[in-house]
Design a protein around this ligand. Sequence first.
Ligand code: NAP
Length: 284
Amino acid sequence: MVLLDGKILSAKVKEEVKVEVSKLVEEKNIKPGLAVVLVGDDAASATYVNSKHKACEAVGIYSEVHTKPSSTTQEELLELIEKMNNNPKLDGILVQLPLPKHIDTTTVLEAINPLKDVDGFHPYNVGRMVSNLDTFLPATPFGIMRMFEENNIELEGKDVVVIGRSDIVGKPMASLLTNAGATVSVCHSKTKDLNSYTKKADIIVIAVGIPHLLKADMIKENAIVIDVGINRLDTGKLTGDVDFEDCKDKCSHITPVPGGVGPMTIAMLLKNTLKAAKLREKRK
Ligand code: NAP
């Protein structure tokens, strides 16, 4: 069994970004910049925002964090985004989700300049991704694709099951895999017989948010299992959607949680911010 180590690979990706950032500064005097907006006091979101800020600093990307109270109105948030859209020093704008209920997420995401949409959630970029055109890819599926590539995991002709159909993981994952030539089934809470899909799959990507949902008796011998889930148990321990101990000896490749997909997500956000900075001249 090969353990797909996201810590090692994300360090490699960050190093690539760091080298390219210093080249961009040296040759074009462009220092990539990312703004992250956090609305409300969700503890997990605050942790993610802090990690993104630190990761930017470590590779030489300028980063600013805007922490707003949960009472922030949609108009105030849209005004802030407009300012950021017009700030030439900011190449990427990221609004941490979920937003408080009184704010319409779609309206906010659509207000971000698509050329600064480093999360790849703007419908313009979603459309480009589905059409297999160059764009900002959502960081988590983008990181998983890099994991496949780095480990020489062939996707063409493979039967892949994606469990979960969220806009940030499941749906974009299914699109990227389809574009790569895989035969993709997307399962979710309404799927009648999940096992009948997973048992036949060469590759399973699970992004559900239920600890240990995927068990060894649901997968075939030598399956490749990618666990996106991050679940905090009552003990405080983090665990994935896969019963790792149960599945690991049956898999040919498997990601751990923590230390698998999670670190890749932040690394790919840095890649997207670098890409946006390279588009700076195009934005003028
Ligand atoms: P989400 O928006 O809550 O979506 C969960 C998906 O799982 C939904 O499509 C839901 O189906 C499906 N589902 C729920 N119960 C199911 C069941 N019993 N069988 C099959 N499918 C089921 O979640 P998300 O934002 O995609 O996140 C999923 C997990 O990944 C969470 O643990 C999250 O913390 C983690 N995550 C990790 C990263 C990372 O960087 N590693 C990034 C993002 C998310 P319906 O659509 O029918 O409701």
